[in-house]
Design a protein around this ligand. Sequence first.
Ligand SMILES: Cc1cc2nc3c(=O)[nH]c(=O)nc-3n(C[C@H](O)[C@H](O)[C@H](O)COP(=O)(O)OP(=O)(O)OC[C@H]3O[C@@H](n4cnc5c(N)ncnc54)[C@H](O)[C@@H]3O)c2cc1C
Length: 308
Amino acid sequence: MLGPVILAASRSDRMRRLISAAPVTKQVVDRFIPGETVDDIVPIIEDLTGKGLELTMDVVGEDITTPEQATAARDAYLALIDRIKDLDLGPKVEMSVKLSMFGQALPGGHELALANVRPVVEAAAAIGTTVTLDAEDHTTLDSMFAIHEELRKDFPQTGCVIQAYLFRTEADARRLAASGSRVRLVKGAYKEPAEVAYQNKHEIDKAYVRILRTLMEGDGYPMVGSHDPRLISIAQELARTAGRKLDEYEFQMLYGIRSDEHLRLAAEGHRMRVYTAYGTDWYGYFMRRLAEKPANLRFFVRSMVTKG
Ligand SMILES: Cc1cc2nc3c(=O)[nH]c(=O)nc-3n(C[C@H](O)[C@H](O)[C@H](O)COP(=O)(O)OP(=O)(O)OC[C@H]3O[C@@H](n4cnc5c(N)ncnc54)[C@H](O)[C@@H]3O)c2cc1C
């Protein structure tokens, strides 16, 4: 019940100001967003890759309102790529980007986002890695898929995300699987209306399995983005049935969530990629993590009351 309320708050400027300024918030935020700067994050990249994990890096931010902010987003990713090139990690560290941070919602936003993201994809390719386009709310997806297709003409490894809760996703999955794309499947983290998305957890889980089967049986590279133990074992089973070897798909989880499971899957020989977010504009990302698990919200509120 609380999830939709928190997701509505994640889009409120008033709540953003209130929560971002609360003195204790930062300590709770650190669990999910372990740094603000490139200097903070490089030791974490070294630590996690040293443990056999792979990473996808997210410079937090979304829904920007000026072209200058979009340029700044591009530059933040370029600075990160420049900084990690000497670590020589190649595809072990890829980038995840939200096109709304690259100007997608501004006037002429589709072209602007494409123009801003392309240099990031080029820079990533130059150090032997790639970029995945995150999925945001459903109104942004036609543009995201068109940008994905455009980027794949020069950089076929560019990935994208699909969300099991959307009715459209089964058709998107068939198209992407047939085109040999890298695709991360997630349940979906935004507040979506009943006209476009399943609202019931059981329906979403069933859709997730159907879509995952399509991806596993297709020609692309499936990236299983979930912490759900049931779905993880179903994914292993579907991969086996489809005859995929361990390096022909991967698991992905978020930094700070079920970290023991990251290490367990990596130790079993799976490719395990940790989505690691950093930066200062963490509000939207943080609120979605609270919405996913009511216990996170209880912990957050308790820490505010105790400190207060
Ligand atoms: C790598 C990755 C990338 C993602 N990218 C996108 C994207 O581009 N677009 C998008 O809409 N969504 C994205 N998501 C979020 C996704 O849509 C879900 O909201 C999120 O993963 C929770 O769903 P779940 O599959 O883990 O299952 P759930 O049923 O929500 O969770 C299963 C179990 O995982 C644990 N868990 C899950 N979430 C939390 C949490 N926040 N805090 C603590 N424990 C938790 C709990 O133990 C829970 O019981 C991404 C998720 C991952 C893992």
